[in-house]
Design a protein around this ligand. Structure first.
Ligand SMILES: [Zn+2]
Length: 382
């Protein structure tokens, strides 16, 4: 299957793991072989590690629930916006539909991934193990995380991240079982209070699990001085990764900056739905009608229905919010890589995968390489 890739070179302002942006020449095939100083490198061209999106439902008209072909479409669409690794994310649905979607994602991985698309390293199971009282845009098909269901999921060997509401019966045992299988445990779509969330995180962290906030601030209670709510518990825990949908609709830039001040584990996600990249019109999420207008997606009830965000725009929004390019890049690459146990990517370093995003000075995507292969970034090619 694997044909050797020709050695390639790219020159520009290269973002090193130290945070330094330096004129350099990158040599790579599937992996980066060397990074050499290059005083002639173009100053207008930035080379960053590829973006890693651990929470993305769809894009370019496709949704992870639709099966393998849709998974390929969304992987190509997001790659054209700089995403080189992603976790297709399922939505709460009748159990058989969820399992079928997970099998579809596994099938794409087993067939060697997506030519011209982002690398798929597993699925994010978002629902059905969530609170019926904090659905957000999820359909009301919630279930309890029974040992039988967890065993069914783990047998598919595809889930790398899960969202779970800690207050559900069996949530902690289910989380232990999934964490033992290497799954990142995300707290989200929850009505729990701060104490319940803190106890849940402490128990999991003590057992060596990787914990996370599923779209911090969304589908959970808010923060008040005397009633801290889940966001405070999640931000106060130094071990917990924090997903943020930085489209300036789901989260206010000031709330984002608060999270960045509180924690070194903020990471950006899109939570994008199928209408990302398609413009205004009628769309669909989990079998529900979605109205897309003026860059926002809503259910008929008025709830936000996922986002239309892409990772390149998330990077721009982070920089606009006052975060340095170096720090913002970490939130899109290194930190999400660590959150799902990927040590072969997330930074530009010899020996790591050649997952690269080339940007102009305004942070527009010029070129993208996935495992050293250049992909098509022309507009209108989802
Ligand atoms: Zn989601």
């Amino acid at each position: 299957m694997t044909t050797p890739l020709q050695r390639q070179t790219l020159s520009g302002q290269v973002l090193l793991p130290s945070g330094e942006l330096t004129p350099a020449r990158l040599e790579f095939d599937r992996q980066i072989s060397t990074i050499l100083p290059d005083s002639t490198a173009p100053t207008h061209r930035l080379i960053l590690p590829g973006f890693i999106d651990t929470h993305v439902h769809g894009g370019g008209g496709a949704d992870a629930m639709d099966g393998p072909q849709a998974v390929r479409t969304l992987a190509r669409f997001h790659a054209s916006h700089g995403t080189t690794t992603l976790l297709p994310t399922t939505i709460t649905n009748p159990w058989e539909n969820v399992l079928a979607a997970l099998r579809g994602i596994r099938q794409v991985m087993d067939q060697g991934g997506v030519p011209g698309g982002a690398d798929i390293v597993g699925a994010h199971l978002e629902g059905p193990f969530i609170s019926p009282g904090r659905l957000g845009a999820q359909p009301p098909n919630t279930l309890e995380p029974t040992p039988e269901r967890i065993a069914e999921v783990l047998a598919l060997n595809v889930v790398r991240a899960v969202t779970i509401a800690p207050e559900l019966p069996g949530a902690l045992d289910a989380s232990f079982a999934m964490a033992r299988a290497g799954v990142r445990i995300g707290v989200g779509h929850t009505r729990a209070d701060a104490e319940t969330v803190t106890d849940f995180l402490n128990a999991l962290n003590a057992a060596g699990a990787t914990t996370c906030a599923t779209h911090l601030f969304n589908a959970m209670g808010g923060i008040e001085g005397r009633v801290p709510g889940p966001p405070a518990s999640l931000m106060a825990d130094a071990h917990t990764y924090l997903e943020v949908i930085l489209d300036n609709i789901h989260v206010h830039p000031t709330s984002f900056r608060l999270a960045c001040t509180a924690s070194r584990r903020v990471m950006l996600i899109t939570d994008a739905m199928r209408a990302a990249g398609l413009g205004d019109g009628i769309s669909e999420l989990g079998g529900q009608r979605v109205i897309v207008k003026d860059g926002q997606a809503h259910l008929e009830s008025g709830s936000l229905a996922g986002s239309l965000l892409t990772m390149d725009v998330a990077l721009k929004n982070a920089v606009k919010a006052g975060i340095s390019l170096e720090k913002a890049s970490r939130m899109l690459s290194e930190i999400p890589a660590r959150s799902v146990g990927l040590s072969d990517r997330g930074m530009l370093e010899p020996g790591l995968r050649a997952d690269l995003v080339v940007l102009d000075h305004d942070l527009n995507v010029l070129d993208v390489y996935v495992g050293g292969k250049k992909i098509n970034v022309s507009p209108g090619t989802p």
